[in-house]
Design a protein around this ligand. Structure first.
Ligand code: ATP
Length: 504
């Protein structure tokens, strides 16, 4: 048998008392697509950081093309032919797409812009080379990361949850891209929590649990259920059936909202109307970049509108900021975890206070530290956030665990209205089921909920009504029982009539 391209043996890495990787064995062959899967915090990202030279292991050996190597930095990894697309993006906000890519790929800018255009057409990764990164959505930023990696012509590409912000068509295109790369002899390491994707795409799957490798299987011969069992050692609890409770009173309304684009590449919002009702979940489906970000920012108060365009509990709130809306019971879970949902270098305790100032954490102008800590602990316990405790820095949590923390923090504040963008982005199957269940429980307690998600199946599973967003416009709402994934898919491509036909 041919020698593996990458052969890792006995890798151990600890952070304080946390054993992130323990005696890990991992082989990667040229021309194959390898999955690495495991629960949030199982140690997948740590292993990838070791391979990419971001993290130095405490023990273990790494062989590359049969030779022992010491990958001391990402530039050394890239020199060997290892490329990586991270879960958290590493782009400069104020630079353009081309400028960002030029930091890693040599060549003059005009030539590079041409290569970017070619690669984006070839791989279906649409981005405008001259756009500034701060103007782009999470989905678009991820496409830049993938392009930057591909343009370096690596022998091995590591992708850490690359599909989580891609629309369904984008995922299929990416899979085609990855299969093409593999057929040209390039090795791909693919981390995902989506077991169906792994079964459709990957030739082998390495399963990690609590820092250790617990098995290597052919995912095509496994079911989603058997993979889950290998990963967490038990089955995921089934969701309790949808309650038959009827939606209650209107809690929040948007009436004919139009907003100028936030930047030259964002769509203008035209004439959007929606109503959030007590005890009801409204889902907003759509490919990212169609105006969802502006809509949620306007609802949360980060962008102001005319005062009576948005009403909350019968009060016009269009000109109120986020804190004033929080006081009226509106809570918001943004899609960017680091920076917007949490301050990376602050502790979880400090991060708990970000959105909770008004709810008993202040006493005569002073912060009640023990209360804040207790609140953080409660947030951690309720969602089984795996971390060392309330003093852990947000940035030390695995991506999925930080997402669980932010979601839990907002849910613990007894919202009247909850707006959640991609609430299960990057969380493992067990935690995703727990988050969906908590959303359903809140709905049953009478909370009005809005969920923006690109995962249609998730929307169909938990929403009562769905509206589709396309180029800054919103379709009329349709009950989930009166539509299908296919009709919504058509509406996502702009055919709103498909929804109305299904509804009729
Ligand atoms: N810089 C760090 N400081 C402290 N602990 C860390 C650090 N990086 C990772 N850890 C811990 O190591 C463990 C493994 O984390 P890792 O990010 O590798 O998990 P993961 O499997 O990639 O999770 P996810 O699916 O949520 O991304 C976690 O308990 C995490 O909190």
């Amino acid at each position: 048998m041919a020698e593996p391209l990458l052969d890792i043996s006995g890798v151990t890495k600890t952070y304080g008392r946390t054993v992130a990787n323990e005696d890990v064995e991992f082989q990667v062959d040229a021309g194959r697509i390898h999955a690495v899967l495991g629960e949030n915090g199982a140690g997948k990202s740590t292993l990838m950081k070791v391979i990419y030279g971001v993290t130095k292991p405490d023990a273990g050996t790494v062989n590359w093309e049969g030779q022992p190597v010491d990958i001391a930095s990402p530039s050394e990894a890239r020199r060997l032919g290892i490329g990586m697309v991270f879960q958290h993006f590493s782009l400069f906000e104020t630079l353009t797409v081309t400028e960002n890519i030029s930091l890693a790929v040599p060549g003059n800018k005009a030539d590079l812009a041409r290569r970017i255009r070619e690669a984006s057409a070839r791989f279906g990764l649409d981005v405008e080379p001259d756009a500034h990164v701060h103007q782009l959505t999470v989905g678009e930023r991820q496409r830049i990361e993938i392009l930057r990696c591909v343009l370096q012509e690596p022998k091995l590409i590591i992708l850490d949850e690359p599909t989580s912000v891609l629309p369904p068509q984008g995922i299929l295109k990416l899979f085609e891209t990855l299969k093409t790369l593999a057929s040209e002899g390039i090795a791909v390491v693919f981390i995902s929590h989506k077991l169906d994707e792994i079964r459709a795409l990957c030739d082998s799957a390495t399963i990690m649990r609590a820092g250790r490798v617990v098995g290597v299987v052919n995912p095509k011969e496994e079911s989603a259920k058997s993979l889950t069992q290998l990963m967490i050692g038990q089955e995921v609890a089934a969701m309790s059936p949808r309650s038959s409770a009827k939606a209650g009173a209107d809690v929040m309304q948007v009436k004919a909202m139009s907003l100028e684009p936030e930047n030259p590449y964002a769509p203008k919002l035209s004439n959007l109307s929606l109503t959030l009702k007590a005890g009801d979940i409204l889902g907003i489906a759509g490919v990212s970049g169609n105006g969802q970000g502006s809509l949620t920012r306007a609802l949360a108060g980060e962008i102001r509108t005319q005062t009576d365009v948005i009403t909350l509990q019968d009060q016009p709130v269009g000109t109120l900021g986020p804190e004033a809306r929080r006081r009226l019971g509106l809570h918001f879970i943004p899609e960017e975890r680091l920076g917007r949902g949490a301050v990376p270098e602050h502790s979880l305790s400090e991060n708990t206070a970000l959105t909770t100032f008004h709810s008993g954490l202040l006493s005569r102008g002073f912060l009640r530290l023990s209360k804040r800590r207790a609140r953080a602990q409660q947030v951690i316990t309720r969602m089984d956030v795996r971390c060392s405790g309330p003093d852990a820095a947000a940035t030390s949590l695995s991506g999925g665990n930080l997402q669980k923390f932010i979601v839990s923090r907002e849910m613990e504040l007894a919202p009247k209205v909850l707006i959640a963008e991609q609430p299960t982005w990057g969380v493992d199957v067990g935690a995703a089921a727990a988050i969906r269940q908590r959303l359903l429980d809140l709905r049953d307690q009478g909370v009005a909920i809005l969920i923006v998600s690109e995962e249609l199946e998730e929307l169909m599973e938990i929403c009562d009504r769905i509206q589709v967003m396309f180029r800054g416009q919103l379709s009329a709402p349709v009950g989930v029982g009166q539509t299908s994934i296919d009709h919504i898919g058509l509406a996502m491509a702009g055919e709103f009539d498909a929804l109305e036909a299904a509804h009729a």
